[in-house]
Design a protein around this ligand. Structure first.
Ligand SMILES: *Cc1c(COP(=O)(O)O)cnc(C)c1O
Length: 362
């Protein structure tokens, strides 16, 4: 049957998002290291909060997310009035593109940047503009050169995914200061909690009218399955985003879990320390096997192989051993594999398997 019904320009240019795999046929004890999840899951207080919230599911949730925003503000020392919560930080990326993008506008992200920036820009009708990085690291000058009168948003993740690299706070501040007044800088801090003594850009947000920071409960908090994110920005931006946000975008269960999670700072500290310990152990072990990586600031390692063929062969070898890692050719890194830092046993299995692949017995 023929039809003359077409989505608006841009929509059919979207390559659907492909999530990390979780199953291998015929293998039962699969270790999933393809989605940067916290191997320990959420803390026990979060599970208790979810059980309690299960008793009131017939009630509509709060529309202003007041309790969750207050908890986030307490813990991170922020102004609760300038926080917005979303169904994952993905939804906040969508709000940003809906509110500021549209036909005739441009949205900037970088060469190896997170794929949701391009998807949301296209869905909003904006032109996605991809800027080169320098050695798998965001290049502030290249971004500034790419800005035009059409640019509305600049997305950078710091630390970045899938590279794991970071730029310094001076560089971020310089980018914010040198962007023209009509451009909003979005700092995606999905992995900020893995960096010791790092505020994700919160203090920069306080100083400026053109910076917003987005955060998630999907990574260090171990709640990827529940879909909760938040952002902290200037009052005028939070006001605009709230106008495109649906009133019941978060369920009571999501908010109860997130509130308990954010208040359990001891658990976050424990996960950060364990991640740092296993990450440096794994990076060093891989380097000794001839697999290089940039120093990662997040909960994964971007393992670099000699070429695409070697990366693909290693991925197949890991898979045969029941270990799922992420291919990142779609991020213009065909010779790399992104490996989430799992628990200690998983890290050891990865190193053991790659040693076998390299023909070296450990
Ligand atoms: C995982 C990730 C997110 C989080 O997305 P959610 O929708 O909150 O699960 C955001 N940005 C980057 C760069 C990520 O890697």
């Amino acid at each position: 049957m023929s039809h003359a019904i077409y989505p608006k320009p841009g929509v059919l240019e979207i390559a659907p998002y492909v999530g990390g795999e979780s199953q291998i046929e015929g293998i039962h004890d699969v270790v999933k290291l393809s989605s940067n999840e916290n191997p320990f899951g959420p803390s026990d207080v979060v599970k208790d909060a979810i059980k309690k919230a299960a008793l009131r599911l017939h009630r509509y949730p709060s529309t202003d997310h007041h309790a969750l925003r207050s908890a986030i503000a307490d813990v991170y020392k922020l102004d609760a009035e300038r926080i917005i919560c979303g169904c994952g930080s993905d939804e906040i990326i969508t709000f940003l593109c809906q509110a500021y993008g549209g036909p005739g506008t441009e949205v900037i992200y970088t060469e190896h940047g997170f794929s949701m920036y391009r998807i949301s820009a296209l869905a909003a009708g904006s032109a996605p503009i991809e800027v080169d990085e320098h050695e798998r690291t965001v290049d502030v000058d290249a971004i500034l050169e790419a800005v035009t009168f059409r640019t509305r948003l600049v997305f950078i993740a710091n630390p970045a995914n899938p590279t794991g690299t970071m730029i310094g706070s001076n560089e971020v501040a310089r980018l914010a200061a040198e962007l023209p007044e009509h451009v909003l800088l979005v700092l995606d801090g999905a992995y900020a909690e893995f960096v010791e003594d790092y505020d994700g850009g919160a203090r920069l947000v306080d100083k400026r009218e053109n910076v917003i920071m987005i955060r998630t409960f999907s990574k260090i908090y171990g709640l990827g399955g529940l879909r909760i994110g938040w952002a902290y920005g200037p009052a005028h931006v939070i006001d605009a985003l709230n106008r495109v946000r649906g009133p019941f975008n978060l369920s009571d269960l999501q908010m109860a879990a997130a509130e308990a999670a954010v208040r359990d700072t001891a658990y976050v500290d424990k996960c950060r320390n364990e991640n740092a310990r296993l990450r440096s152990w794994m990076a060093k072990a891989l380097a000794e096997l001839g697999v290089a990586s940039d120093t990662s600031c997040a909960n994964f390692i971007l393992a670099r192989f000699h070429d695409t063929g070697e990366a693909d062969a290693c991925e197949a070898h890991l898979r045969a051993d029941g270990l799922l890692v992420r291919k990142v050719a779609g991020y213009k890194l065909p010779n790399c594999l992104r490996i989430t830092v799992g628990d200690e046993a998983s890290c050891r299995r990865v190193v053991h398997s790659i040693a076998g692949f390299k023909g070296q017995d450990l």
